[in-house]
Design a protein around this ligand. Sequence first.
Ligand code: F6P
Length: 335
Amino acid sequence: MHKLPTLKSVKNFDSVAILTSGGDSPGMNPAIRALTRAAFNSGISHVYGINRGYSGLINNDIQKMTSRSVTNIVQRGGTVLKSARCLEFKEPNVRQDAAKILRDRGIEALFVIGGDGSMTGAHLFTEETGIPVIGLPGTIDNDIPGSDDTIGFDTAVNTALEAIDKIRDTAQSHERLFLVEVMGRNSGFIATQVGIACGAEMVVVPEYDFDLRELCLTLAQRRATGQGSSGIIVVAEGKDPGLTNRIAYQLEEQGQNPRICILGHIQRGGSPSGHDRMLASCLGASAVSYLLAGYNDIMVGVNQGSIVDIPLRRVITETKSLNRHLFDITTLLHK
Ligand code: F6P
């Protein structure tokens, strides 16, 4: 259960807007619902939904929300506001045009739900235009500095685990080695958590080097002692396309006959877990409280169970590192 901040309202807002940006994540819908309902119930008269992230903002693709427009979305995956990656928003003049669109509609503040790229856009936008912005961490990757958790991470981990438990059955029947690729272009948070929870024989993450020879030796020893020779290697996709195929090739050269399963975007879909619904709801409600308390240029996040505010500048300049002790458990538990 999250500890919510105690904040005093010192500002009035008549009209705010919400957008979801970057890769979608399960839990964005409960976050939209929480922001919308908390805004109306805190005395904000108008809430707007911006379609397709920053792209919808610059194209004036904006709709009025009501309390009813977020009915029955708490359990739905994806985002009802749709999402996009918007390269044009990197241009300062485009951000100025976007601010004019908001001002013309009387919109006084913006909530942005998304990953690190979306937080960069949010910070630059408020810094250059003075329109208050509050960010919410929405990404399955859990790689946002300042927050222990992000909306969608838990669901993505559970989705991957459900798939891997099935793969484990066939891996054991055929005494096969499986390489299961999970998402995580820049980080191994999903791979590490999934690897520990599925009992993987090895986990490959972009942050650390890996030793395939050692793995093959372990598998050969297990076969020799009659402990079976099936196994799961969880591989974070990393920046380098084709990594999983290359590992499979190396394993073949060392006498293994591995199979590959790429889980891909299945991890981004599905109904948000109870954990993600709670997280999104608490972050959404708190984001509105922070705005009314006069905060700006922050992201709401989780620190040791408490909802906290993190300056967006910190979010976009720092990197969140993988916990080495946690990663080491992946090796410790399979020997
Ligand atoms: O949402 C983050 C992420 O899932 C990364 O792990 C992945 O590399 C990327 O999105 C893929 O996104 P897209 O399909 O939008 O390019």
